[in-house]
Design a protein around this ligand. Structure first.
Ligand SMILES: Cc1cc2nc3c(=O)[nH]c(=O)nc-3n(C[C@H](O)[C@H](O)[C@H](O)COP(=O)(O)OP(=O)(O)OC[C@H]3O[C@@H](n4cnc5c(N)ncnc54)[C@H](O)[C@@H]3O)c2cc1C
Length: 465
């Protein structure tokens, strides 16, 4: 019924099961675990189309809907659904330079970061976007966004100057520091709880190249790699130009346990001192360190990402100390072995530093401007990939248990921090609550102001307040 009305209101932009455009939308999700089959897919090609769709949908409060930009989050029933309608924003993907400000680019939420980097690369500029090339702009920014430049500049949402938003009423508004500042704040971390973002105006900057790449080591290097990370993070001097994503992998296909480090030093400087302890670890199974552009680093990461698999992400945050990472590694190793019977399993843990707080504005994630999360907090993600849908319950149960053990240990050690980065979180982790009581209260207030009938709480699915 709602699909028929949408089809009548938006001819050629609503596809039903098994039409070619429906199948291509379902199959375009990065992970198989998110390839649900909605009753129809709405594919707006303008903000006005989306406004029309929202007006039709709010006339059917019994119908749930999902909102999708790049389709990279891995969980079922978040940016796609088996129980309602999916709005696929992939068609809102234009990228243009602002006419008022040379640094600002206006980006449709359906663009992938690769598209943004392509445009910026031509003019030797870059932006705070995903480190992997194909992630979508909409989900990444409304979830915060950890970019190459995070240690120096903070979350990517802090580099946004304006957002165009469709509210539950269908009204289209521009949201920024001056116009609807409360909503602007909420959308920086609060995802689809207040409206649907259609265009994001981002600040870009000149930078042609910087140092970075990946090193990979055999499992014997586990202790040395942990030591190198701890020495970098605990040297006493915060190094805003150096970022390391340190991962430990278990993959049956790759022959068992491995260590990998992605490093980026945000200037074109060869072999910076900051990474010397990683450079000294031998033997290295791979080493791609070089001076290169944002777009090439992003393409490199895409080559190594498992896709077309079932997947789950789960996250926690803790204060770094010398022993906690070693304890977490041991807990994860035991869990990875327990999963070894699952077909084509890959289990990965990654440690990375929390970015500095925003300087001139605030986001919803709860870090005050005067706080220093970048100096002592680590954001930790477990990402697990597997082949068969029928193994999903088993894997997800094990991962819930793994995270309970890890958080039990960080609490015991007195290093637990409640923050759960939403772009890495599982739906059961109550990420929005983890931003702190005051932030959560304000998020609810903003939701009541802009969506008084609670459409984005009761009809829209995803990570809700
Ligand atoms: C291979 C890979 C690499 C990654 N690399 C990074 C990285 O470098 N840094 C990082 O921080 N994260 C990274 N992530 C995590 C990524 O940021 C999140 O999965 C993000 O949510 C993906 O955005 P999307 O638009 O592609 O996702 P989608 O699945 O389309 O959306 C994710 C969520 O955002 C909501 N949403 C989407 N668009 C809108 C909108 N326009 N308005 C309101 N709500 C919206 C959806 O409803 C859904 O809840 C990576 C993920 C993958 C799979």
């Amino acid at each position: 019924m709602a699909c028929e009305k949408l089809r009548a209101a938006l001819p050629g932009k609503v596809s039903l099961a098994d039409e070619a455009s429906y199948n291509s939308s379902v199959n375009s999700y990065y992970f198989r675990s998110a390839r649900q089959r909605p009753s129809c897919v709405v594919s707006p090609t303008s903000t006005e189309d989306l406004s029309t769709a929202i007006k039709v949908l709010t006339g059917h409060p019994e119908v749930q809907f999902a909102v999708r930009s790049g389709g990279h989050q891995p969980h079922p029933e978040v940016s796609n659904t088996d129980h309602g309608i999916t709005i696929n924003l992939g068609g809102l993907n234009t990228i243009t330079k602002s006419i008022d400000n040379d640094d600002v680019y206006r980006v449709g939420v359906g663009a992938g970061w690769i598209n943004v980097y392509e445009v910026l690369d031509r003019v030797k500029r870059t932006a705070l976007g995903s480190r992997e090339s194909t992630v979508g702009v909409g989900g990444f920014i409304t979830g915060g966004g950890l970019s190459y430049f995070a240690p120096e500049r903070g979350f990517a949402c802090d580099y946004v100057v304006n957002m165009e938003v469709v509210l539950a009423s269908g009204e289209i508004i521009e949201v920024n520091d001056k116009s609807h500042p409360d909503l602007f704040w909420a959308l920086k971390g609060g995802r689809s709880n207040f409206g649907i973002v259609t265009r994001i105006d981002i600040t870009t900057f000149q930078l042609e190249s910087f140092w970075g790449g990946a090193t990979m080591y055999p499992w014997d290097a586990e202790d040395a790699a942990l030591e190198a990370f701890i020495r970098l993070k605990m040297s006493g001097d915060y190094e805003p130009l150096a970022q390391v994503e340190l991962s430990f992998l278990y993959s049956v296909q790759m022959g068992g346990f491995l260590v990998s480090a992605n490093h980026w030093y945000l200037r074109p400087v060869e072999n910076p001192q900051a990474f010397r302890h990683f450079a000294e670890i031998e033997p290295q199974m791979a080493n791609t360190m070089r001076i290169d552009s944002t777009i090439n680093f992003a393409r490199e990461l895409t080559k190594y990402q498992p896709q077309n698999k079932c997947a789950t992400f789960v996250t926690t945050t803790f204060f770094i100390n010398a022993s906690i990472m070693k304890k977490i590694n041991k807990i994860w190793e035991a869990s990875a072995k327990e999963l070894s019977s699952v077909q084509d399993i890959t289990s990965v843990i990654t440690y990375q530093q929390c970015p500095p707080p925003p300087k001139d504005s605030e986001n919803a994630m709860g870090f005050a401007p005067q706080s220093s999360p970048h100096e002592d907090l680590l954001i930790f993600i477990v990402s697990v990939y597997w082949e068969r849908q029928e193994d999903s319950d088993f894997v997800r149960d094990k991962i819930v248990g793994l995270m309970a053990d890890i958080e039990g240990t960080t609490k015991q050690e007195g290093v637990f921090h409640p923050f759960k980065y939403i772009n890495y979180a599982a739906p059961w982790q109550q990420s929005l609550k983890s931003y702190g009581e005051e932030s959560y209260r304000k998020l609810n207030e903003v939701s009541r102001t802009y969506d008084p009938h609670g459409v984005f709480q009761s009809q829209a699915i995803g990570f809700k307040l």
